[in-house]
Design a protein around this ligand. Sequence first.
Ligand code: NAP
Ligand code: ZN
Length: 363
Amino acid sequence: MDRIYLPVDIYFGANCVAQHGEHITSIGQKAFIVTGAHSAKASGAEADIVDLLKRIGKEYYIYSEVTENPEIEIIDKGISLFLYNKCDFVIGIGGGSPLDAAKAIALGAANNITGLDLYNGDLHQQCYPIIAIPTTSGTGSEVTQYSVLTNKHEQKKAGFTSPMIFPIVAFLDPRYTLSVSKTVTRDTALDALSHLLEGLYSVKRNQLLFPLIFEGIQLIMSHLPACLEDLSSFEHREALMRASLYGGMVIAHAGTTLQHSIGYPLTSNYGLSHGLANAVVMKGIMKLYSPAIQNELKQLFTYLHIEMSDFFKWIDDLGINQNLELEDEWIDKKILEIIQSRNMVNNPFIVEVDQIKQILKSL
Ligand code: NAP
Ligand code: ZN
Protein backbone atom coordinates (compact mmCIF):
# COMPACT_ATOMS: atom_id res chain seq x y z
CA MET A 1 0.00 0.00 0.00
CA ASP A 2 1.30 3.43 -0.89
CA ARG A 3 0.36 6.58 0.99
CA ILE A 4 1.28 10.24 0.68
CA TYR A 5 1.04 12.59 3.65
CA LEU A 6 2.49 16.09 3.50
CA PRO A 7 1.12 18.61 6.02
CA VAL A 8 2.68 21.67 4.33
CA ASP A 9 0.70 24.43 2.65
CA ILE A 10 2.84 25.02 -0.46
CA TYR A 11 2.78 28.24 -2.52
CA PHE A 12 4.94 28.08 -5.67
CA GLY A 13 5.57 30.91 -8.13
CA ALA A 14 6.90 34.42 -8.64
CA ASN A 15 5.71 36.92 -6.00
CA CYS A 16 3.97 34.24 -3.92
CA VAL A 17 4.87 35.97 -0.62
CA ALA A 18 3.29 39.27 -1.67
CA GLN A 19 0.29 37.55 -3.23
CA HIS A 20 -0.46 34.84 -0.67
CA GLY A 21 1.41 35.96 2.46
CA GLU A 22 -1.75 36.86 4.38
CA HIS A 23 -2.29 33.11 4.89
CA ILE A 24 0.17 33.32 7.79
CA THR A 25 -1.87 35.99 9.63
CA SER A 26 -3.29 33.62 12.25
CA ILE A 27 -0.05 31.71 12.88
CA GLY A 28 1.43 33.96 15.57
CA GLN A 29 2.22 37.48 16.78
CA LYS A 30 6.03 37.74 16.75
CA ALA A 31 8.22 36.04 14.16
CA PHE A 32 11.75 34.79 14.82
CA ILE A 33 13.34 35.10 11.36
CA VAL A 34 16.30 32.73 10.84
CA THR A 35 18.74 33.46 8.02
CA GLY A 36 22.35 33.17 6.87
CA ALA A 37 24.60 36.21 6.67
CA HIS A 38 23.83 37.36 3.12
CA SER A 39 21.44 35.15 1.16
CA ALA A 40 18.16 36.32 2.69
CA LYS A 41 18.97 39.90 1.71
CA ALA A 42 20.67 39.11 -1.61
CA SER A 43 17.69 37.05 -2.74
CA GLY A 44 15.11 39.72 -1.88
CA ALA A 45 13.21 37.22 0.31
CA GLU A 46 13.86 39.01 3.61
CA ALA A 47 12.56 42.32 2.25
CA ASP A 48 9.39 40.61 0.98
CA ILE A 49 8.78 38.96 4.36
CA VAL A 50 9.44 42.13 6.34
CA ASP A 51 6.99 44.02 4.08
CA LEU A 52 4.42 41.30 4.65
CA LEU A 53 4.86 41.25 8.43
CA LYS A 54 4.48 45.03 8.59
CA ARG A 55 1.38 44.84 6.38
CA ILE A 56 -0.32 42.23 8.57
CA GLY A 57 0.77 43.88 11.82
CA LYS A 58 3.27 41.34 13.19
CA GLU A 59 6.47 41.99 15.13
CA TYR A 60 9.73 40.24 14.26
CA TYR A 61 13.31 39.61 15.37
CA ILE A 62 15.99 38.69 12.80
CA TYR A 63 18.67 36.11 13.71
CA SER A 64 21.13 36.15 10.79
CA GLU A 65 24.01 34.09 12.18
CA VAL A 66 23.37 30.71 10.57
CA THR A 67 26.42 29.41 8.70
CA GLU A 68 26.67 26.50 6.25
CA ASN A 69 26.19 23.08 7.90
CA PRO A 70 24.88 24.76 11.08
CA GLU A 71 26.53 23.78 14.34
CA ILE A 72 24.70 22.95 17.56
CA GLU A 73 26.02 26.18 19.19
CA ILE A 74 24.20 28.27 16.56
CA ILE A 75 20.98 26.44 17.42
CA ASP A 76 21.50 26.96 21.17
CA LYS A 77 22.01 30.70 20.66
CA GLY A 78 18.92 30.83 18.45
CA ILE A 79 16.80 29.03 21.08
CA SER A 80 17.92 31.52 23.77
CA LEU A 81 17.21 34.54 21.56
CA PHE A 82 13.81 33.17 20.51
CA LEU A 83 12.78 32.76 24.17
CA TYR A 84 14.32 36.07 25.30
CA ASN A 85 12.48 37.97 22.54
CA LYS A 86 9.20 36.20 23.34
CA CYS A 87 8.59 35.08 19.77
CA ASP A 88 5.86 32.59 18.91
CA PHE A 89 6.64 31.39 15.39
CA VAL A 90 9.71 30.89 13.20
CA ILE A 91 10.38 31.95 9.61
CA GLY A 92 13.40 30.29 7.99
CA ILE A 93 14.79 32.04 4.90
CA GLY A 94 17.73 30.57 3.00
CA GLY A 95 19.27 27.41 1.76
CA GLY A 96 18.99 24.16 3.69
CA SER A 97 21.26 25.46 6.45
CA PRO A 98 19.00 28.32 7.68
CA LEU A 99 15.87 26.21 7.06
CA ASP A 100 17.22 23.30 9.13
CA ALA A 101 18.35 25.75 11.83
CA ALA A 102 14.87 27.33 11.87
CA LYS A 103 13.29 23.91 12.43
CA ALA A 104 15.75 23.05 15.21
CA ILE A 105 15.18 26.39 16.97
CA ALA A 106 11.37 26.07 16.76
CA LEU A 107 11.46 22.60 18.32
CA GLY A 108 14.20 23.41 20.86
CA ALA A 109 12.48 26.60 22.07
CA ALA A 110 9.04 24.97 22.36
CA ASN A 111 10.42 22.21 24.61
CA ASN A 112 13.02 24.40 26.35
CA ILE A 113 15.79 21.95 25.46
CA THR A 114 19.31 22.29 24.04
CA GLY A 115 20.43 21.60 20.47
CA LEU A 116 21.96 18.28 21.52
CA ASP A 117 18.69 17.20 23.16
CA LEU A 118 17.00 17.43 19.76
CA TYR A 119 18.44 14.00 18.97
CA ASN A 120 16.28 12.54 21.76
CA GLY A 121 12.80 12.11 20.25
CA ASP A 122 11.24 11.56 23.70
CA LEU A 123 11.81 15.26 24.39
CA HIS A 124 9.81 16.40 21.34
CA GLN A 125 6.50 17.30 22.98
CA GLN A 126 5.53 20.40 21.00
CA CYS A 127 6.87 22.80 18.39
CA TYR A 128 6.38 26.45 17.43
CA PRO A 129 4.94 26.89 13.91
CA ILE A 130 7.54 27.06 11.12
CA ILE A 131 7.33 28.93 7.81
CA ALA A 132 10.00 28.03 5.23
CA ILE A 133 11.25 30.15 2.34
CA PRO A 134 13.99 28.44 0.31
CA THR A 135 16.57 30.53 -1.56
CA THR A 136 18.40 27.55 -3.09
CA SER A 137 16.97 24.77 -5.25
CA GLY A 138 18.36 21.69 -3.60
CA THR A 139 17.46 20.42 -0.17
CA GLY A 140 13.66 20.47 -0.28
CA SER A 141 13.88 21.13 3.47
CA GLU A 142 10.80 23.37 3.17
CA VAL A 143 8.66 20.22 2.85
CA THR A 144 10.50 17.70 5.03
CA GLN A 145 10.44 16.62 8.67
CA TYR A 146 14.26 16.53 8.86
CA SER A 147 16.94 18.86 10.15
CA VAL A 148 20.66 18.18 9.71
CA LEU A 149 23.09 19.70 12.22
CA THR A 150 26.84 19.52 12.77
CA ASN A 151 28.52 18.58 16.03
CA LYS A 152 31.89 20.28 15.64
CA HIS A 153 33.37 18.56 18.70
CA GLU A 154 32.83 15.17 17.05
CA GLN A 155 33.40 16.58 13.53
CA LYS A 156 30.17 14.87 12.59
CA LYS A 157 26.98 15.78 10.72
CA ALA A 158 23.78 14.06 11.78
CA GLY A 159 20.11 14.64 11.17
CA PHE A 160 17.14 14.33 13.47
CA THR A 161 13.54 13.86 12.48
CA SER A 162 10.20 14.82 13.95
CA PRO A 163 6.77 15.15 12.34
CA MET A 164 6.44 18.37 14.36
CA ILE A 165 9.09 20.17 12.27
CA PHE A 166 7.23 19.95 8.98
CA PRO A 167 6.82 23.62 8.07
CA ILE A 168 3.21 24.80 8.19
CA VAL A 169 3.62 27.00 5.13
CA ALA A 170 6.31 27.02 2.41
CA PHE A 171 6.69 29.89 -0.05
CA LEU A 172 8.77 28.95 -3.11
CA ASP A 173 9.58 31.90 -5.34
CA PRO A 174 12.15 30.98 -8.03
CA ARG A 175 13.20 34.65 -8.24
CA TYR A 176 14.91 34.17 -4.86
CA THR A 177 17.39 31.79 -6.50
CA LEU A 178 18.48 34.21 -9.25
CA SER A 179 21.34 35.43 -7.04
CA VAL A 180 22.78 31.93 -6.39
CA SER A 181 26.35 31.46 -7.69
CA LYS A 182 27.23 28.99 -10.43
CA THR A 183 28.87 26.49 -8.07
CA VAL A 184 26.06 26.58 -5.50
CA THR A 185 23.51 26.27 -8.34
CA ARG A 186 25.25 23.12 -9.61
CA ASP A 187 25.81 21.54 -6.21
CA THR A 188 22.31 22.20 -4.86
CA ALA A 189 20.69 20.85 -8.05
CA LEU A 190 22.78 17.69 -7.61
CA ASP A 191 21.46 17.40 -4.05
CA ALA A 192 17.91 17.52 -5.44
CA LEU A 193 18.91 14.90 -8.01
CA SER A 194 20.21 12.70 -5.16
CA HIS A 195 16.90 12.99 -3.34
CA LEU A 196 14.93 12.03 -6.44
CA LEU A 197 17.15 9.01 -7.16
CA GLU A 198 17.00 7.91 -3.54
CA GLY A 199 13.21 7.80 -3.89
CA LEU A 200 13.79 4.93 -6.32
CA TYR A 201 16.54 3.29 -4.27
CA SER A 202 14.90 3.36 -0.83
CA VAL A 203 13.08 0.34 0.56
CA LYS A 204 10.39 2.88 1.43
CA ARG A 205 9.97 3.70 -2.29
CA ASN A 206 6.42 4.79 -3.08
CA GLN A 207 4.86 4.36 -6.54
CA LEU A 208 2.67 7.43 -6.02
CA LEU A 209 5.84 9.51 -6.09
CA PHE A 210 7.35 7.99 -9.24
CA PRO A 211 5.85 10.65 -11.56
CA LEU A 212 7.50 13.35 -9.42
CA ILE A 213 10.80 11.45 -9.43
CA PHE A 214 10.89 10.96 -13.19
CA GLU A 215 9.74 14.48 -13.99
CA GLY A 216 12.11 16.01 -11.41
CA ILE A 217 15.12 14.16 -12.84
CA GLN A 218 14.16 15.19 -16.37
CA LEU A 219 13.83 18.83 -15.28
CA ILE A 220 17.31 18.79 -13.74
CA MET A 221 18.93 17.03 -16.68
CA SER A 222 17.47 19.44 -19.21
CA HIS A 223 17.66 22.70 -17.24
CA LEU A 224 20.79 22.49 -15.07
CA PRO A 225 23.42 22.72 -17.85
CA ALA A 226 21.44 25.54 -19.49
CA CYS A 227 21.04 27.34 -16.16
CA LEU A 228 24.78 27.17 -15.53
CA GLU A 229 25.24 28.98 -18.88
CA ASP A 230 22.57 31.57 -18.06
CA LEU A 231 22.21 32.09 -14.32
CA SER A 232 19.72 34.91 -14.82
CA SER A 233 17.11 32.76 -16.60
CA PHE A 234 13.85 32.64 -14.64
CA GLU A 235 12.70 29.70 -16.78
CA HIS A 236 15.64 27.50 -15.74
CA ARG A 237 15.50 28.67 -12.12
CA GLU A 238 11.81 27.82 -11.94
CA ALA A 239 12.41 24.33 -13.37
CA LEU A 240 15.18 23.64 -10.84
CA MET A 241 13.07 24.87 -7.94
CA ARG A 242 10.23 22.63 -9.03
CA ALA A 243 12.60 19.64 -9.16
CA SER A 244 13.97 20.51 -5.73
CA LEU A 245 10.44 20.67 -4.29
CA TYR A 246 9.67 17.25 -5.82
CA GLY A 247 12.91 15.90 -4.29
CA GLY A 248 11.87 17.15 -0.85
CA MET A 249 8.40 15.58 -1.20
CA VAL A 250 10.10 12.32 -2.18
CA ILE A 251 12.55 12.11 0.75
CA ALA A 252 9.82 13.15 3.20
CA HIS A 253 8.34 9.73 2.36
CA ALA A 254 11.22 7.52 1.24
CA GLY A 255 14.06 8.93 3.38
CA THR A 256 17.63 9.00 2.09
CA THR A 257 20.12 6.15 1.75
CA LEU A 258 23.85 5.38 1.74
CA GLN A 259 24.23 8.10 -0.91
CA HIS A 260 23.62 10.68 1.83
CA SER A 261 25.30 8.78 4.69
CA ILE A 262 28.53 8.50 2.74
CA GLY A 263 28.43 12.19 1.83
CA TYR A 264 28.25 13.55 5.40
CA PRO A 265 31.91 12.82 6.35
CA LEU A 266 33.07 14.19 3.00
CA THR A 267 31.43 17.47 4.02
CA SER A 268 32.58 17.44 7.65
CA ASN A 269 36.20 16.42 6.95
CA TYR A 270 36.92 17.43 3.35
CA GLY A 271 34.72 20.52 3.04
CA LEU A 272 32.74 19.30 0.03
CA SER A 273 29.36 21.05 -0.15
CA HIS A 274 26.41 18.81 0.71
CA GLY A 275 25.25 18.45 -2.90
CA LEU A 276 28.76 17.83 -4.24
CA ALA A 277 29.40 15.18 -1.57
CA ASN A 278 26.35 13.26 -2.78
CA ALA A 279 27.22 13.83 -6.42
CA VAL A 280 30.76 12.41 -6.30
CA VAL A 281 29.39 9.03 -5.14
CA MET A 282 26.30 9.06 -7.39
CA LYS A 283 27.68 6.80 -10.12
CA GLY A 284 29.20 4.35 -7.62
CA ILE A 285 25.95 4.10 -5.66
CA MET A 286 23.85 3.58 -8.79
CA LYS A 287 26.17 0.78 -9.94
CA LEU A 288 26.07 -0.81 -6.48
CA TYR A 289 22.29 -0.71 -6.17
CA SER A 290 21.41 -1.50 -9.80
CA PRO A 291 21.07 -5.32 -9.46
CA ALA A 292 18.46 -4.76 -6.72
CA ILE A 293 16.48 -2.04 -8.51
CA GLN A 294 16.64 -3.07 -12.15
CA ASN A 295 12.94 -2.57 -12.71
CA GLU A 296 12.90 0.94 -11.22
CA LEU A 297 15.97 2.03 -13.19
CA LYS A 298 14.48 0.61 -16.38
CA GLN A 299 11.33 2.69 -15.81
CA LEU A 300 13.44 5.79 -15.19
CA PHE A 301 15.67 5.45 -18.24
CA THR A 302 12.71 4.56 -20.46
CA TYR A 303 11.00 7.77 -19.29
CA LEU A 304 14.17 9.78 -19.98
CA HIS A 305 14.82 8.01 -23.33
CA ILE A 306 18.45 7.41 -22.36
CA GLU A 307 20.74 4.60 -21.12
CA MET A 308 22.54 4.51 -17.77
CA SER A 309 25.82 5.26 -19.59
CA ASP A 310 24.28 8.52 -20.96
CA PHE A 311 23.35 9.49 -17.42
CA PHE A 312 26.92 8.85 -16.25
CA LYS A 313 28.28 10.97 -19.10
CA TRP A 314 25.88 13.78 -18.16
CA ILE A 315 27.28 13.72 -14.61
CA ASP A 316 30.89 13.63 -15.84
CA ASP A 317 30.25 16.66 -18.07
CA LEU A 318 29.44 18.73 -14.95
CA GLY A 319 33.11 18.52 -13.93
CA ILE A 320 32.57 17.33 -10.37
CA ASN A 321 35.49 14.89 -10.12
CA GLN A 322 37.52 15.69 -6.98
CA ASN A 323 40.48 13.22 -6.94
CA LEU A 324 40.24 13.02 -3.16
CA GLU A 325 42.54 9.97 -2.77
CA LEU A 326 41.21 9.25 0.72
CA GLU A 327 43.58 7.53 3.14
CA ASP A 328 42.82 3.99 4.32
CA GLU A 329 43.00 4.99 7.98
CA TRP A 330 40.38 7.74 7.47
CA ILE A 331 38.15 5.40 5.48
CA ASP A 332 38.26 2.71 8.21
CA LYS A 333 37.37 5.27 10.88
CA LYS A 334 34.52 6.87 8.92
CA ILE A 335 32.94 3.61 7.79
CA LEU A 336 31.82 2.98 11.38
CA GLU A 337 30.08 6.38 11.38
CA ILE A 338 28.50 5.70 7.98
CA ILE A 339 27.08 2.29 8.86
CA GLN A 340 25.60 3.66 12.09
CA SER A 341 23.78 6.54 10.36
CA ARG A 342 19.98 6.40 10.40
CA ASN A 343 19.67 6.45 6.57
CA MET A 344 21.25 3.01 6.22
CA VAL A 345 18.01 1.20 7.01
CA ASN A 346 16.62 2.52 3.72
CA ASN A 347 19.20 0.86 1.43
CA PRO A 348 17.63 -1.59 -1.05
CA PHE A 349 19.74 -4.39 0.50
CA ILE A 350 22.21 -4.78 3.37
CA VAL A 351 25.32 -2.99 2.15
CA GLU A 352 28.64 -4.58 3.20
CA VAL A 353 31.53 -2.58 4.65
CA ASP A 354 33.75 -3.60 1.73
CA GLN A 355 31.26 -2.20 -0.77
CA ILE A 356 31.34 1.19 0.96
CA LYS A 357 35.14 1.03 1.11
CA GLN A 358 35.32 0.42 -2.61
CA ILE A 359 33.23 3.50 -3.38
CA LEU A 360 35.32 5.70 -1.07
CA LYS A 361 38.58 4.39 -2.52
CA SER A 362 37.44 5.30 -6.03
CA LEU A 363 37.06 9.01 -5.22
P1 NAP B 1 23.35 26.37 2.36
O1 NAP B 1 24.41 25.81 3.26
O2 NAP B 1 22.07 26.74 2.97
O3 NAP B 1 23.92 27.63 1.56
C1 NAP B 1 25.10 27.51 0.80
C2 NAP B 1 25.60 28.88 0.39
O4 NAP B 1 24.72 29.46 -0.55
C3 NAP B 1 25.70 29.88 1.54
O5 NAP B 1 26.90 30.61 1.39
C4 NAP B 1 24.50 30.77 1.35
O6 NAP B 1 24.69 32.08 1.84
C5 NAP B 1 24.41 30.80 -0.16
N1 NAP B 1 23.09 31.14 -0.66
C6 NAP B 1 21.90 30.54 -0.36
N2 NAP B 1 20.90 31.12 -1.06
C7 NAP B 1 21.45 32.11 -1.80
C8 NAP B 1 20.93 33.06 -2.72
N3 NAP B 1 19.64 33.09 -3.06
N4 NAP B 1 21.80 33.94 -3.28
C9 NAP B 1 23.12 33.90 -2.99
N5 NAP B 1 23.67 33.02 -2.12
C10 NAP B 1 22.84 32.12 -1.55
O7 NAP B 1 23.16 25.31 1.16
P2 NAP B 1 22.08 24.21 0.81
O8 NAP B 1 22.76 23.27 -0.11
O9 NAP B 1 20.81 24.83 0.41
O10 NAP B 1 21.82 23.46 2.20
C11 NAP B 1 22.68 22.46 2.66
C12 NAP B 1 22.27 22.00 4.04
O11 NAP B 1 20.96 21.43 4.00
C13 NAP B 1 23.20 20.90 4.55
O12 NAP B 1 23.47 21.09 5.93
C14 NAP B 1 22.41 19.64 4.31
O13 NAP B 1 22.79 18.56 5.15
C15 NAP B 1 20.99 20.12 4.59
N6 NAP B 1 19.91 19.30 3.98
C16 NAP B 1 18.74 19.23 4.64
C17 NAP B 1 17.68 18.47 4.15
C18 NAP B 1 16.39 18.40 4.89
O14 NAP B 1 15.44 17.73 4.46
N7 NAP B 1 16.28 19.04 6.02
C19 NAP B 1 17.83 17.79 2.92
C20 NAP B 1 19.05 17.90 2.27
C21 NAP B 1 20.07 18.67 2.79
P3 NAP B 1 24.27 32.52 3.36
O15 NAP B 1 25.32 31.91 4.24
O16 NAP B 1 24.32 33.99 3.34
O17 NAP B 1 22.91 31.95 3.65
ZN1 ZN C 1 20.48 16.19 0.59
